[in-house]
Design a protein around this ligand. Structure first.
Ligand SMILES: [Mn+2]
Length: 337
């Protein structure tokens, strides 16, 4: 097989692969546990491919919900078989693997023994595993899995390559963060094999049809306050809408800040974005709303949550209009320097 520009360290990966394969026998029934994000989903597909001929079967169980539209599209377009963990009968399996995470991330501690853990998050403690390969400096678990496939001499299928490529792209935010040469190597290795049309469709699938109604509402309600866009969405079921709106409206030229608020249950939830260059959304959140609830975040993204009961004395009647006016006043009073 052709080696690409010196990466990765094939010799040590081959040794690890050997160690991994030694663990399994043809009668094994493996349960793979993941969280349903692209890197985990792709890594799971890669492990299934690696072990295809060495075990009886593998089943993938995921923890939590598949909520992001891109992930729903990924699973559907690549027809990746997975089951909710609640639907799984653990007694059916004699082996367990965790990919792109470690037992504490799954609240699985105590006396359960794990067979395989492959991950790129910081190393945690308090569990036992027969095989571990944790590389915190790597951008994605998909990168590690690509090295394994390469070491095993397996040419990844179009479907697998597409999934792994997307896993790397997502976790490294298109190589803008936590990227190592190995991630770039894996990307180059997978790119010619992947289906770029599917990838493109998955990446464009961020909006659900239902959210378009919220976009319509936001366009009607939005206020442009100098370099800021503010929208109060009123009462909604899920504040994820605010996150998508806040990200989307940052694309508007000359806008450095977006602030999207909504009432969810008995809380006022405010999502803030800034260009993060000379601005600091976390600072803005805590200065504007920190006196009344939890507020904070990073330079480019932040969030505040205020129990409505804390606003009773400040915001007359707690109606959509009075809440909107109150936030507008606070935003106008904020000095960006
Ligand atoms: Mn990951």
């Amino acid at each position: 097989m052709r080696r690409l520009s010196g990466y990765p360290d094939l010799k040590s990966t081959k040794a690890k692969l050997h160690e991994l394969m030694e663990l399994f026998s043809p009668e094994d029934r493996l349960l793979i546990l993941i969280k349903p994000d692209p890197d985990s989903i792709a890594s799971n597909l890669a492990l299934r491919t690696l072990l295809l001929k060495s075990i009886k079967y593998a089943t993938t169980g995921y923890v939590g919900e598949i909520t992001r539209q891109e992930n729903i599209a990924l699973v559907k377009l690549l027809s990746i078989p997975m089951q909710r963990i609640e639907e799984i009968d653990f007694t059916e399996f004699n082996r367990t693997a965790i990919l792109d995470g470690q037992p504490p991330h799954f609240n699985l501690l105590g006396d359960h023994h794990f067979d395989v853990i492959i991950d790129h998050h910081p190393i945690t403690k308090g569990y036992s595993a027969s095989f571990q390969d944790i590389r915190p400096s790597y951008g994605s678990t998909s990168t590690i899995m690509t090295e394994y496939l390469n070491a095993a001499g397996i040419k990844p299928s179009t479907r697998l390559s597409t999934a792994l490529l997307y896993g790397i792209k997502t976790d490294t935010n298109n190589f803008e963060r936590d990227t190592r040469p190995e991630d770039v190597w894996a990307f180059r290795y997978l790119f010619p094999r992947a289906n770029k049309n599917i990838l493109h469709k998955v990446e464009l699938s961020e909006l659900s049809p239902e959210i378009l109604n919220y976009f319509k509402m936001a366009f009607d309600r939005m206020k442009i306050l100098k370099d800021k866009i503010f929208v109060h969405m009123g009462e909604i079921d899920n504040p994820d809408v605010c996150v998508q709106l806040a990200d989307f409206l940052m694309r508007v030229n000359n806008i450095s800040w977006t602030i999207i608020s909504s009432v969810v249950d008995d809380n006022l939830v405010i999502v803030l974005r800034s260009d993060g260059y000379r601005k600091n959304a976390g600072k803005m959140a805590s200065k504007l709303f920190g006196d009344l609830g939890s507020a904070g975040g990073h330079r480019s993204s932040a969030r505040a949550e205020i129990p409505l009961s804390n606003l009773k004395k400040r915001v007359r009647g707690l109606t959509e209009e009075t809440i909107e006016k109150w936030i507008t006043r606070r935003i106008k009073g904020y000095r960006t320097h």
